[in-house]
Design a protein around this ligand. Structure first.
Ligand code: PNS
Length: 157
């Protein structure tokens, strides 16, 4: 059974995330979407709200689970017996940070492998922070986040 962990802040989950989760679910037996702490970011949505939004967005995909963890990603992966970390790669600007993160995770644990999927072109410039900004200023984000969580975006206004 091949399990992969799809980690992130998901503040909020976007169509770009959902695209990677969907494609990952076709490649792996089990995908665990895990909300972790990015110490460089201060989330707008509470952990509980982010988990709820992810759960709603992926409920139609059978082999996807949703979880959260306070600590190192590699430690979480161990608890799940997972050896693969899945990440999406957007435009070139993502590369340096993702490269450093994969290298750090590899140095923390020799057992984990990071696998990258290139984001679909239409989502390659999409980020949670941009979604939050556009939502706050009253712009149309209906094609940028899963339909089921669109209502939650009003709370940002
Ligand atoms: O969605 P993000 O903010 O790009 O996700 C980054 C995240 C949460 C996956 C990363 O910050 C993370 O792995 N945090 C957990 C702590 C950890 O393991 N840090 C070492 C690797 S950089």
């Amino acid at each position: 059974m091949k399990t992969c962990i799809y980690p992130g802040s998901f503040d909020p989950i976007t169509m770009g995330h959902l695209d990677i989760i969907t494609r990952g679910s076709e490649m792996f037996d089990r995908v665990i979407v895990c909300v972790l702490t990015n110490t460089q970011k201060k989330p707008s949505f509470s952990l509980e709200k982010r988990l709820e939004m992810i759960r709603k967005s992926v409920e139609h995909i059978e082999n996807v689970e949703v979880d959260s963890y306070q600590g190192l990603l590699v430690d979480y992966a161990k608890t799940k017996n997972a050896k693969i970390i899945l990440r999406g790669l957007r435009a070139v600007s993502d590369f340096e940070n993702e490269f450093a993160m994969a290298a750090m995770n590899r140095s923390l644990s020799d057992e984990v492998e990071t696998v990258f999927l290139m984001t679909r072109t239409e989502y390659s410039f999409l980020s949670s922070s941009m979604v939050r900004e556009v939502a706050k200023l009253g712009g149309d984000i209906s094609s940028l986040v899963p339909k089921k969580i669109l209502g939650e975006m009003d709370t940002l206004k």
